[in-house]
Design a protein around this ligand. Structure first.
Ligand SMILES: [Zn+2]
Length: 256
């Protein structure tokens, strides 16, 4: 089982940054790796630009272009296609038969991240509830007013780390510079506000997906995407996400 395919499910072409050392380790060990990006990432720049950037970064970690799938749902609006995305992902998993699934964290940071996460978890459970699904933190606002990068919202599952050796740091810096179209929007803030010492001493955090209730926000207080910036740009609230969840799982079916 350990050596079966690994499937990575991301919302945007740069979310994979938090898993780069894991991806490189898996590729080096000859694991079959598949990567799906749900959205076209094209809110601010053309989809082709973002696709080229992620393809280049995947080449850097040793994952070939033939294993990459760009699905092109609208950046910022993937929750409108929740049902279709879950169905398509279930079919993909039926084909690939992943032994592990890795995805974005459920953290109220970006509605597309929460959607990619929810779709990955739901599809894996539909196919085979014993498939382990892992999440990694991007950004959230748990516990305080400021954004937190690469830090989990506390939950009952243990945080694991993939070590980031010296050449891993260099690789991650090279990757950051490869996401040229995202430099001011995502790359620079991520670089400035991620705890670099923690990355170097502990590594890239990830964990088994906790028993989230997707009808409740992942943390108390205001979610990042309900804050002024995202609300202006995307116009999405948690109630919209909850409605998408209910469309996929109508009635009283529990996701846990
Ligand atoms: Zn993203």
């Amino acid at each position: 089982m350990e050596d079966g395919p690994g499937l990575f499910v991301f919302a945007h072409q740069d979310d994979e940054f938090v898993y780069l050392c894991m991806l490189r380790n898996m590729a080096k060990s000859g694991r079959e790796i598949h990567v799906v990006w749900i959205t076209d990432g094209a809110r601010f720049v053309p989809a082709e630009v973002r696709k080229a950037e992620s393809t280049a970064v995947m080449r850097m970690v040793g994952v070939g272009e033939d294993r990459l799938s760009f699905w092109s749902y609208p950046d910022g609006a993937s929750i409108r296609f929740a049902k279709e995305i879950v169905e398509r992902l279930t079919e993909t998993m039926e084909e690939i038969r992943p032994s592990q699934v890795y995805t974005d964290g459920f953290e109220g940071g970006h509605p597309d991240h929460d959607m990619a996460h929810f779709a990955a978890v739901t599809a894996a459970r539909r196919l085979d509830p014993s498939i382990p699904v892992f999440e990694a933190p991007l950004y959230n606002r748990h516990g305080r007013r400021r954004w937190r990068f690469s830090q989990f919202i506390p939950a009952e599952t243990e945080t694991l780390y993939v070590p980031v050796p010296r050449d891993g740091i260099i690789m991650k810096l090279r990757a950051l510079l490869t996401y040229k179209s995202q430099f001011w929007i995502a790359v620079l803030p991520m670089f400035l506000f991620t705890n670099k010492r923690e990355t170097m001493t502990r590594g890239e955090p990830y964990r088994r997906v906790p028993a989230w209730n997707y009808r409740q926000p992942p943390h108390e207080g205001k979610l990042i995407y309900e804050g002024l910036f995202f609300r202006r740009v995307l116009g999405i609230r948690f109630s919209d996400f909850r409605e998408a969840v209910l469309r996929v799982q109508p009635g009283s079916v529990s996701v846990d």
